[in-house]
Design a protein around this ligand. Structure first.
Ligand code: ADE
Ligand code: ZN
Length: 336
């Protein structure tokens, strides 16, 4: 099964590029940029990656990205991730980035976007993996700041496929960002949003995201199963769920595999992703292996996650169909 998953053409739709900063690179960049670190070895640092919920994780995540300062830093970060992903036969990725977490520290938007897009372009040429960028707003900051960041992104519109919303969800409902999402839609951005597991008012947040904002995907979103009518509406609309089992386990002590299974059984477009792999200790391959093992999934059921993922990408129909055909060809071949 491990070999089957390794060869399966895969797609990742929930990946924070800042969450791919491995401790080794964090030390390298700290040295390059003269940023002092509280720990002196990779082992010591990695040992601090124990999280008791989303907020404690976010503290460590924002602290880590403080070493990212220059255009080459963002290039190196994204190149390392894309190399790792291509090595796992990930064929296409929609990558989240958090511009406010950088511009708020004085790093120009231009460095972030140019470093990331240069890495994406080189990876396509050198590794055959394709990627696009999704700009996330930090929901624990004011909506006006998100709107200003949205306007700041407009000169870079051609390099950003859509917008998302992340960071601490407590007290920061989707409705807070209704005007930002309306403007983003007007500008032609595609729309997604985190609805993290087990937040206060999780189900109401999913409802707002779907009915009031009109998102096309929900990042996480497993609490929807508490509201069968809402789940049925989401299925009717064909929206996708980007779930992250190892992230769930590390933050909430449970992969939520049973909920992922329930979504799969409902025929929802549920997918498996890595979220912040450098902090949670698993890329897409390991996330798929984990869910497969916990649920005893068949090859065809594992492949369904990738059919779902390619189907809900923000790619033109013909390109989606090309990737979907790769999945079916693989299933029909010797390993499938
Ligand atoms: N930022 C990075 N990873 C996140 C997650 N899983 N939820 C919310 N914000 C995040
Ligand atoms: Zn996430």
């Amino acid at each position: 099964m491990k070999e089957f998953i390794a060869g399966l053409p895969k797609c990742e739709l929930h990946l924070h590029i800042e969450g791919t900063l491995e401790p080794e690179m964090r030390f390298d960049l700290a040295k390059r940029n003269n940023v002092e670190q509280a720990y002196s070895t990779v082992e010591e640092l990695r040992a601090t990656y124990e999280f008791d919920g989303l907020a404690p994780f976010l503290d460590v995540y924002y602290e880590g990205m403080n070493v990212l300062r220059t255009e080459p830093d963002f290039y190196d970060l994204a190149t390392a991730y894309l190399t790792k992903a291509a090595g796992q036969n990930v064929r296409y990725v929609e990558i989240f980035f958090d511009p406010q977490a950088h511009t708020g520290r004085g790093v120009p938007f231009d460095y972030v976007i140019r470093g990331l897009t240069r890495a994406i372009s080189d990876a396509e040429t050198n590794l055959g993996i394709r990627a696009q960028l999704i700009m996330c707003f930090l929901r624990d900051y004011q909506a006006e700041y998100a709107m200003a960041t949205l306007l700041q992104s407009l000169p870079y519109r051609q390099w950003i496929i859509g917008i998302g919303l992340d960071s601490d969800e407590r007290g920061n409902p989707p409705a807070k960002f209704a005007a930002v999402y309306a403007r983003a839609r007007q500008e032609g951005y595609r729309l997604t949003m985190h609805c993290d597991p087990d937040q206060p008012n999780s189900v109401e947040h999913i409802r707002q995201a779907v009915q009031d904002i009109g998102v096309e995907r929900i990042d996480h979103g497993t609490n929807v199963l508490e509201d069968p009518e809402l789940a049925a509406e989401i299925k009717r609309r064909g929206l996708g769920f980007t779930t992250c089992p190892i992230s769930n386990d590390r933050l909430y002590g449970d992969t939520k595999a049973d909920l992922i299974r329930a979504l799969l059984d409902q025929g929802q477009r549920v997918t498996i992703n890595s979220d912040d792999p450098a902090y949670f200790g698993g890329y897409v391959q390991e996330n798929l292996e984990r869910v497969q093992a916990e649920l005893g999934l068949t090859k065809d059921e594992v492949a369904q996650f990738e059919r779902n993922a390619f189907e809900i990408t923000w790619l033109p129909r013909a390109v989606k169909d090309g990737y979907l055909a790769e999945v079916e060809d693989y299933l029909a071949g010797p390993t499938g």
